[in-house]
Ligand binder design. Structure first.
Ligand SMILES: Cc1cc2nc3c(=O)[nH]c(=O)nc-3n(C[C@H](O)[C@H](O)[C@H](O)COP(=O)(O)O)c2cc1C
Length: 194
């Protein structure tokens, strides 16, 4: 059974993106997939300090909870990441995680010398995001960030679920169709990894 890592990027534990991701987790588990959950707001994680202690081994030298993510993503075939839109980007919790993956970037492109853009994206990722407003370009910057984040993890951006007009905690509950879509996406992701 495939292993999937679910990363909750919102500072709200029962917020809109968290409820969507929880449904995706349920969908994936329904197929028998082994899903581990990481709630970033509960983790002790420093931002990247740009000291490049990772240059020798590709492992970040800062001793904190980032290593939980590092070990789990190494053994996972799929990732499901949910973050709200904050100032047209991901949440700060999510961005801290992304920046800490510079150590994986160093391993891939400096130590293993994989030519840029020539990595093997053999894993699959589902990205869930939402914001309060309805602008056409709401997710533009974030999607670029996520694409390059996933690239470092050897993850293909397999599917995105992006929702507009959701602001207050519980707003998502007015849209059971979005929650159903998340459930189905989690299920499909797990089935596609078999
Ligand atoms: C710091 C902060 C920045 C935000 N920036 C944006 C934004 O740029 N665009 C937008 O549409 N909504 C923005 N929002 C609204 C959130 O995206 C919205 O409330 C979302 O539903 C929160 O998701 P969550 O419940 O999963 O945390 C912002 C909210 C906060 C707290």
């Amino acid at each position: 059974m495939p292993k999937i890592l679910a990363v909750f990027g919102s500072p709200r534990s029962r917020g809109n993106s968290s409820l969507l991701l929880s449904r995706a987790v349920e969908g994936a588990r329904e197929t028998g997939a082994e899903v581990k959950e990481l709630v970033l707001r509960d983790m002790k994680m420093s931002p990247c300090l740009e000291i490049y202690g990772c240059r020798k081994t590709g492992r970040c030298v800062i001793k904190d909870d980032f290593h939980i993510f590092h070990d789990l993503i190494s053994e996972s075939r799929g990732i499901m990441l949910a973050s709200p839109i904050f100032f047209y980007s991901v949440s700060a919790h999510t961005k801290i995680l992304i920046d800490r993956c510079q150590s994986l970037w160093v391993k891939k492109y400096w130590i293993d010398k994989i030519p840029y853009g020539k990595g093997n994206a053999y894993k699959k990722g589902l990205f869930i995001s939402l914001g309060a407003t309805r602008g056409k370009r709401l997710f533009e910057g974030t999607l670029l960030t996520i694409r390059y984040f996933f690239d470092v993890l050897d993850v293909e951006l397999w599917r995105t679920l992006l929702y507009r007009g959701l602001d207050f905690e519980g707003d998502i509950l007015k849209h059971p169709e979005f929650l159903d879509e998340a459930y189905e996406a989690g299920k499909d992701l797990a089935l596609s990894l078999r």
